[in-house]
Write a protein that binds this ligand. Sequence first.
Ligand SMILES: *[C@@H]1O[C@H](CO)[C@@H](O)[C@H](O)[C@H]1NC(C)=O
Ligand SMILES: *[C@@H]1O[C@H](CO)[C@@H](O)[C@H](O)[C@H]1NC(C)=O
Ligand SMILES: *[C@@H]1O[C@H](CO)[C@@H](O)[C@H](O)[C@H]1NC(C)=O
Length: 273
Amino acid sequence: MAQANYVLPFIFGRLSFFLLLSIFLSLPLGHVAEEAGTLSRHCLENPPTLNSSYGAGSVKEIGGLKAYVTGHSHSKRAILLVSDVYGYEAPHLRKIADKVAQSGFYAVVPDFFYGDPFVVNSSTTKEAWLNTHGTDKGFEDAKPVIAALRETGILAVGAAGFCWGGNVVTKLAKTDLIKAAVLLHPSWITLDDIKAVKIPITILAGELDNGTPPKLLEQFESSLSEHKVTNFIKIYPKVKHGWTLRYNDTDATAVKAAEEAHNDMLQWLIKYV
Ligand SMILES: *[C@@H]1O[C@H](CO)[C@@H](O)[C@H](O)[C@H]1NC(C)=O
Ligand SMILES: *[C@@H]1O[C@H](CO)[C@@H](O)[C@H](O)[C@H]1NC(C)=O
Ligand SMILES: *[C@@H]1O[C@H](CO)[C@@H](O)[C@H](O)[C@H]1NC(C)=O
C-alpha cells in the first residue's frame, strides 16, 4: 500500500481502526444491504450540468456508440473511461479524459446511455432508469468499442470506471480485453466479481462510501492477493461515494481530494497499460 501525498492513508494494516469503523457503520451498512442493486444514496448528489461541447476533444462514433474522444489518435495506447449515471457529457468527466490524454493516451468516453443519461427530478425514477440502463448492456457495448480501437492500431487498452462505470469495468477486468482497470467508487461490486478479476486492478474508494465499505474492500484485497492479481486498494479519508466526479468546483478541499484520486488513477494506467 502506498502513502498518500497529503494525508495519512487509511491502510489495511490498521485493522483495529476498521473494526471500530465497521461497528460504527453497522447501521448504514444494513440500510445499504437493503438497497443492493440500486444506487448508493450519494450517487445522485451534486449532479453535473451537462455540456455537449465541453472539452478539448470531439465527439465521434466508435464501435457503434457515440464517444467523446481526446488526445493522440496515433497513440498505441487507449483508455476507456466509463461514466457514472450522468453520462459522457459531464464536464468533470471530460476534464479527466483530457488529463488522461495529456499523458499520451487516446482517451475515449462512450455514451453508454444512447443519449438518455439519468436526469435528477425527471419523471423516471432511478429504479426504472436502471432497469433499462444495466451494466450488463454496458459491458456488451464496450466490446465493439474496444475492437474498433484495436482496428485503428491501438495495441493496449486500459479502462477506468466511475460508480455505474466501475461496475462495467469490473466485468471487463474479468476478460483479456483490457490490460489494466481502475475502479473509482464502484457500485454493486461483490467478492465473487473480484475473485474473477484477471488483470492489474486498483480500487479507489471513499471512507464514507458505505456501498463499498472498508470491511468489504479488505476482503477484495485478500482475494486479489491470494489469486496473485496485481492490485492496489486505497481508501481516501473523509470522502463520499462520487467524490472524484461530483465535487464542488469552488470547494478547494473537495477539488484536492478529487485530483489526488485522478492522479492515482493516472499513475496506475501509465504503469500497467
Ligand atoms: C460548454 O462548454 C463550452 C466549451 O468549453 C463552453 O464554451 C460553454 O460556455 C459551456 N457551456 C456551459 C453552459 O457551461
Ligand atoms: C430535485 O428536487 C429536490 C426536491 O424538490 C430539490 O431539493 C433538488 O434541488 C432538485 N435537484 C435538482 C438537481 O433539480
Ligand atoms: C460549494 O462550495 C462553496 C465553498 O465551500 C460553498 O459556498 C457552496 O455552497 C458549495 N456548493 C454546493 C452546491 O455545495
